[in-house]
Design a protein around this ligand. Structure first.
Ligand code: APR
Length: 229
């Protein structure tokens, strides 16, 4: 079975009603990103950070996967599909994709601030005083700016094995995620679905790039239909 690596960003969840980060009116509007998504912000105001992610987690109970997520599940009929996502929502899981690597963490999980290996499923709120089994404060299981990206090696290895790459809805600006495509075998087809594509250095040097300047719900369907022919 040929291997497809799909790299998704906030854009694939935009039509499900989840704001992107850098589009006008994006998620960071009204929030200084470093206040709510950095270790410094956490140490400065834990309650503000916990509330920010509690609000985003609450929203997950009201949104559903869109045609872009669902089309990717269909690819699994004929391909070995790995999804490498920068998103912290669970829409790829809800849609039914089987192999998902979350580079930037998961909203529906929390972890101990002291014992990194203590990770818990969490659908509700976490507040100051909520502790892990060893008595340390819980925090969102999210990779904040300046923190390590633990899944990077796994994601990079998967990319080196790809026969085809599909990039969907990411501004290709946040490294190391944006540089992953540089691990792809040279000359393989790279599809990039985004209404406002950003051709970063790695994409500019990729050699076999097919840009579909459309939204995920129509653009991903087009690519999937072509690949399932
Ligand atoms: N369909 C597809 N793509 C879309 C749609 C849509 N309906 N709407 C917007 N987009 C595209 C935008 O054109 C843009 O290229 O989605 C991308 C969103 O870019 P960002 O907001 O920068 O989101 P992303 O690339 O995922 O951000 C990367 O930055 O803030 C950090 O950790 C955060 O994971 C995030 C990372």
């Amino acid at each position: 079975m040929k291997k497809i690596v799909v790299m998704t960003g906030a854009g694939i969840s935009a039509e499900s009603g989840i704001k992107t980060f850098r589009d006008a009116g994006g998620l960071w509007e009204g929030h200084d990103v470093m206040e709510v998504a950095s270790p410094e912000g956490w140490h400065k105001n834990k309650a503000l950070v916990l509330d920010f992610y509690n609000q985003r987690r609450k929203q997950l109970h009201e949104v559903k996967p869109n045609e872009g997520h669902h089309a990717l599940v269909e690819l699994e009929k004929q391909y070995d599909v790995s999804i490498i996502t920068q998103n912290v929502d669970n829409l790829h899981e809800v849609a039914g994709s089987s192999n998902i690597i979350h580079l930037h963490g998961e909203l529906m999980k929390v972890r101990s601030t002291v014992y990194d290996e203590l990770v818990y499923e969490m659908a509700g709120d976490i507040n100051l005083g909520d502790k892990c089994e060893k008595g340390a404060q819980l925090r969102p299981h999210i990779v904040w700016f300046g923190e390590m990206v633990p899944m990077l090696e796994i994601a990079a290895y998967a990319t080196t094995e790809a026969d085809i790459i599909i990039i969907i809805g990411t501004s290709m600006q946040v490294y190391p995620a944006a540089g992953l495509v540089g691990y792809a075998p040279s000359g393989i087809p790279i599809y990039y679905v985004d209404p406002n594509p950003t051709i970063n250095y790695e994409l500019a040097n990729s050699g076999n790039l097919k840009v579909i300047s459309e939204k995920a719900t129509t653009g991903v369907r087009k690519v999937v239909n072509e690949l399932l022919k």
